[in-house]
Design a protein around this ligand. Structure first.
Ligand code: SF4
Length: 454
């Protein structure tokens, strides 16, 4: 539950109107703090004690936790709303593949290979699973540590380390501490022992209770010990309990502002379901119902892709159309006589144009102009794809350095920008009106490319 400006102003010194924070009154500053547009340190008169209270009140209701490092880091939490239609979900759940140390060498190799290779380019984004969950099950500590070492050396992925044996868990952590692994499970029985070890080398921890209520004293104690990268497992025993518990945690954090439950969650379809199809279905429910890490015992391209697309759909911000980056893209291996086409950055437009170009087997450059995620015609109607702005983009994007000719193909739907675009480019480029529909690219491009080469 976000704190309001009127609540914050009661905690400010009220030295009006000193304005040292850059705002005309304490109230204006408080309103800005509440909306996230200012930071507490701008007021020099707030005591350290009040500052700490304010920072706590202004912190996101669900803590941000990072597992992994570098480009493969998975960020979870920081959510602001219970339902996506209220605003947007922020960090999509990490999908993890479980590897047990009881599995044979060949199976382990196969799973490592699988998580590396199962990647699906999808309209400008790369869909893939994110984490490996390594499970100490054999009872042989050395075997588990060898598995952790193998995975650490074979991939750059973040890891979830699962072990009921505390010594094995922390020895495994020491192998891959720089990868910021999630340690699981910390419970009420091993909490005291774990706190000292976590403090010595901070890393995220997954706590497991036998109910939502049991999690509360655990998170409170961890927070008092300065440990806040926490992931919750309420110990649900079936899907119905899991949905109930996930809902309870989410609403307690976001609607009631209950800090002890303000952390992301982990779910284990791999342990809740008995067969592969049911496991994928349970995992799919967790994508909808707020789990932040979802662990599967196995998947293949046919089960993983639908989960990834479902995740993409739910975690795409509904307030903005999907868009690709503004720049020129190469299709095939274009050279200095290859065609140059321009289009807008709505992801679907880019995908259709680049696919149509690819199908012709004519290497080309596709210059994608930022139209705030709108299609070509809608972008033009909204003033985002006019001759002036397209011209400015062509000048700055660097395409002139890549080709010797000066012919630019614009979509036939916006033939009307031709004159304005020629002027914007100081008549240095000849503007060629291309087909009205992307389906026409197949008939147009090969002949046009031949003219350029000739
Ligand atoms: Fe109020 Fe502090 Fe801003 Fe002064 S600096 S106006 S005391 S909030």
């Amino acid at each position: 539950m976000p704190v309001s400006g009127s609540e914050i102003v009661k905690m400010l010194p009220g030295k009006k109107p000193c304005k040292e924070c850059g705002f005309p009154t304490c109230f204006a500053f408080a309103m800005k703090l509440a909306s996230g547009g200012a930071t507490v340190d701008k007021c020099p008169y707030v005591s350290d004690e009040t500052k700490a209270k304010l920072l706590d009140l202004l912190a996101p209701p669900i803590k941000l936790v990072t597992i992994g490092s570098g480009e493969d880091a998975v960020k979870i939490g920081n959510e602001e709303v219970v339902y996506r239609h209220e605003k947007t979900f922020v960090h999509s759940p990490g999908i993890a593949l479980l590897i047990s140390d009881q599995e044979g060498e060949a199976k382990i190799e196969e799973k490592i290979k699988k998580i590396k290779e199962l990647q699906f380019p999808w309209v400008g984004v790369n869909l893939k699973a994110d984490l490996l969950a390594l499970y100490f099950r054999s009872g042989d500590r050395n075997k588990f540590l060898a598995l952790v070492k193998k995975v650490y050396e074979a991939t750059d992925l973040g890891m979830v380390l699962i072990s009921e044996d505390m010594d094995a868990l922390f020895d495994a952590r020491d192998i891959c501490a720089d990868r910021h692994p999630l340690l699981y499970p910390i419970t009420k029985d091993n909490l005291d022992e774990a706190i000292t070890k976590i403090q010595a080398r901070p890393t995220p921890v997954g706590i497991r209770g036998r109910s939502v209520e049991e999690l509360v004293p655990l998170t409170t104690k961890l927070k008092e010990a300065g440990i806040e990268e926490i992931v919750l497992d309420p110990g649900s025993k079936n899907l119905m309990e899991a949905v109930r518990d996930q809902t309870f945690i989410r609403k307690a954090a976001l609607k009631q502002g209950f800090r002890p439950l303000g952390y992301p969650t982990i779910a284990f379809p791999c342990f809740l379901a008995k067969d592969g199809l049911r496991e994928i279905t349970v995992g799919s429910a967790f994508i909808n119902k707020w789990a932040s890490i979802i662990v599967f015992s196995d998947f293949d391209q046919y089960s993983l892709l639908p989960l990834l697309v479902q995740r993409l759909n739910i975690y795409t911000d509904p307030r903005f159309p999907m868009a690709v980056e503004e720049k020129y893209y190469e299709v095939g291996e274009p050279d200095e006589y290859s065609p140059v086409l321009v289009t807008s950055n709505w992801a679907l437009t880019y995908f259709l144009v680049s696919s149509a170009v690819e199908a012709t087997k004519v290497p080309a450059y596709v210059c994608v102009k930022d139209a705030e995620g709108l299609g070509v015609l809608t972008g033009w109607a909204a003033g985002k794809f006019g001759g002036d702005s397209v011209g400015a983009f062509i000048k700055k994007c660097g395409i002139a350095d890549r080709v010797k000719h000066r012919k630019l193909v614009i979509p036939g739907k916006v033939a009307r920008i031709k004159g304005e675009l020629e002027d914007a480019l100081n008549l240095e480029w000849e503007i060629v009106v291309g087909p009205k529909e992307t389906t026409g690219i197949g008939a147009f491009l090969p002949g046009f490319a031949k003219q350029l080469k000739g």
